[in-house]
Design a binder for this molecule. Sequence first.
Ligand SMILES: [Zn+2]
Length: 220
Amino acid sequence: MRAGRIVLVLALAASGSPAAAASGQGGSTESTVETQARHPASSSRPAAGGSGLAQQVAPQDDPAGRQEEQVPICPLPNREAVLMDKIRKSDAEWRKELTPEQYHLTQEKGTEPAFTGAYHDQKAPGMYDCVRCGTPLYDAQAKYDSGTGWPSFYEAAAPENVRTAPDRSHGMERTELLCARCDAHLGHLFEDGPQPTGLRHCINSGALKFQPRPPQEPES
Ligand SMILES: [Zn+2]
C-alpha cells in the first residue's frame, strides 16, 4: 500500500492578473486602490472615510513573486494609472545612489530640520517628484504655507503615487507617507490641513526633486 502524498500547489495568479497583486487583503480601502487602477477615469478625489491614498499592501499577498510585485502608478500628466514594477533596492544600493542626507531622510526615515529644506518656501508652479525614482508626487498647486517649515500639500498629485503606513516611532501615533513605487520615506500625514481635503502632507524637501513646469490643465 503506497502512502498517499499530498502536494499542495499554490497557484498564484499574480503574474497573469496584475490587478490582483495590488488588491491587498480585502480591506475596503484596498479595494479602492484596485478600483482606481481599473477605472482611472473615475474621480481622483480622496475616497470618503480615508486619506484617499494608496494603503500599504502587505507583501505576503504574493510570497512567490515578491520581486515581481507591481503597483498602480499615475504617470502624470497622464492620469491613467498603469501597473509598474515596484523598485526595491538594498540599503547599500540606495546609499551609493543618494547623498547622505537623501539616504537618511528616505531610507532611515529621517526628518530635516524645519525651515532648512530647499522647498519649504517655494511657490513656483511645477511638480515635486520622488528624489529616488522620479515618480510625480505633489503638484505645486496643492502646496500651501503651513508655517511649519516643511513643504506642505493638501493632497498628493495622484492618490496612487503616495501610500500611507502606520508609524508608532518616537512614542507617537502617526501616519507615514511613502513613495508608492520605491518606498522612499517622504514625511507624515496630519489632519489639520486646509480645504478641500483638511489634510496636511508634511514632506521633507530632501525627499523631493522639483520639476518646474506649468500647472496641469484640469481637462481639455
Ligand atoms: Zn520613489
